[in-house]
Design a protein. Structure first.
Ligand code: HSE
Length: 309
């Protein structure tokens, strides 16, 4: 293969119950990335459109991810890789912008290098790229963006990622208020320790949510789309959070929460009709605010990062 173009979807991390360990892929918005072999060795980013991001490899999420993979094979190959990025997911939106860059980068480079590495290894390399932007290596955006569907990271040491299949017609509505909430800052507001009783309650919710997804049980999913640990500390960073939440739950959303570290918020629901109604309600609230916003809806994407023609 001489060149490849890929689509890398957005993603919603945490999914209320699973801070840093659960996420789903959301293809209503995603980046386009183009990779081409070059006769001269090495990796370069020749163009980025749609966002002001560094072309310097070591400062760029995609650059770091591709380089990490490329370095493993450098002695066995005689070509380099040129990367062009069309950013469609706004950096700092909370819907996995950097993760999409990292997932797309690894997918594209893997195709050109024909690395044959297992997906856990590829996720681990993509996490190195993501860390450039978020300040820490977490996989709850990268894994679903790469694999599609819901991903559970049941262990980081060693990295253990499982895809979770749910037969329900799940849709998500995502509101991105265009205010700045940096992942590093949103992580800094969190307590480093929590009481055991709180941890116990949250473990129950995560287990219940996973069970609900695997059993395709909407009621169980809804009961456990609950975040007792993170949301209380982060919701104040998002204006009108409670109002959006009530608007979504009033329209029978299965649940509502902060997407990743925010400022985006998401509602999970069954069926496109429900999604459209929730979207309309959220639109009404957002339109009355003094910030710009983007609103997306779509089904949970099961494809993940893939080749486009
Ligand atoms: N799990 C991460 C966090 C996701 O909540 O900080 C960042 O998008």
């Amino acid at each position: 293969m001489e060149k490849i173009s890929v689509f890398a979807p957005a993603s919603v991390a945490n999914v209320c119950a699973g801070y840093d360990v659960l996420g789903f892929s959301f293809a209503a918005v995603g980046d386009h990335m183009h990779f081409e072999k070059t006769p001269e060795k090495g990796v370069r980013i020749s163009e980025i459109t749609g966002a002001e991001l560094p072309l310097t490899l070591e400062d760029n999420v995609a650059g770091v991810a591709v380089k990490a993979l490329y370095n493993r094979f450098e002695t066995q190959i005689d070509f380099g890789i040129d990367i062009r990025i069309e950013k469609k997911i706004k950096p700092g939106s909370g819907i996995g912008s950097s993760a999409a860059s990292a997932a797309g980068a690894i997918f594209g480079a893997d195709a050109l290098l024909n690395s044959q590495l297992p997906s856990t290894e590829l996720i681990s390399l993509a996490m190195k790229g993501e860390a450039v932007a978020s300040g820490c290596e977490h996989a709850d955006n990268v894994a679903p963006s790469l694999l599609g569907g819901f991903s559970l990271i049941s262990s980081y040491h060693p990295l253990t990622v499982s895809s979770i299949y749910c037969d329900l017609d799940l849709h998500a509505v995502v509101l991105h208020p265009k205010i700045e909430v940096k992942t590093k800052e949103a992580r800094a507001v969190l307590p480093s320790k929590i009481p055991l009783t709180l941890a116990t309650e949250q473990w129950g919710h995560l287990a219940g949510l996973i069970l609900g997804l695997t059993r395709s049980d909407a009621e169980l999913i809804s009961r456990h789309l609950t975040d007792l640990v993170i949301e209380p500390h982060r919701k104040n960073l998002i204006p009108k959070f409670e109002q959006y939440k009530s608007a979504a739950l009033d329209e029978k959303a299965l649940g509502f929460g902060i997407s990743g570290s925010g400022p985006s918020v998401f509602a999970l629901c069954e069926g496109s009709q429900s999604a459209e109604q929730i979207k309309a309600n959220m639109m009404q609230i957002a339109s009355a605010q003094d910030y710009d916003f983007s609103l997306y809806s779509g089904e949970i994407d099961n494809k993940g990062t893939h080749e486009i023609r």
